[in-house]
Design a protein around this ligand. Structure first.
Ligand SMILES: [Zn+2]
Length: 160
């Protein structure tokens, strides 16, 4: 008889996004992303981090500072952008992005330009921010579907 407690596709892809977030060095926000093509094949993963070549130990990770250059914001590459740029296929047209946090307006532009047509997000805690209002507007105008991940209640514990 077939096993019945296997994880569903949405749990699998959001699980990979959440696992990817565990790679982030950011103390306050860990975001992960997983891009899937129409055949349910994973074509990219990413998490928020400093650009390749920047020493994580030398870069600022603060959220506030008198000088913006002493904060992480000008430097960190978001999970969605990293996933798009790390993709192992040339064309993401028609793909779905699973992401742990609703994309910001900067990532929205990259998502739209890449051809990704659907976004499944785990949480949207900055829904009232200008950035997320802008990204929502861009997605709506450009025909990118966004949907909240529906929690299944399943817990996965991995002994590593
Ligand atoms: Zn972003």
């Amino acid at each position: 008889m077939k096993r019945t407690d296997y994880i569903k596709w949405d749990e699998y892809f959001m699980g990979i996004a959440r696992l990817s977030a565990e790679r982030s060095k950011d103390n306050s926000t860990q975001v992960g992303a997983c891009i899937v093509n129409k055949d349910k094949k994973i074509v990219a993963v990413g998490y928020n981090g400093m650009p390749t070549g920047c020493d994580d130990d030398e870069m600022p990770w603060e959220r506030t500072g008198d000088d913006p250059l002493e904060t992480k914001y000008p430097f960190v590459c978001h999970a969605e952008l990293n996933a798009i740029l790390n993709s192992n296929i040339g064309n993401l047209a028609g793909c779905t992005l699973y992401v742990t946090l609703f994309p910001c307006n900067e990532c929205a532009k990259a998502i739209i330009q890449s051809g990704i047509k659907r976004i499944v997000y785990y949480e949207n805690k900055y829904a009232d921010s200008e950035s997320v209002k802008a990204s929502s507007m861009l997605f709506r105008k450009c025909g990118v579907e966004t949907e909240a991940y529906v929690p299944s209640g399943k817990k996965i514990i991995l002994d590593m």
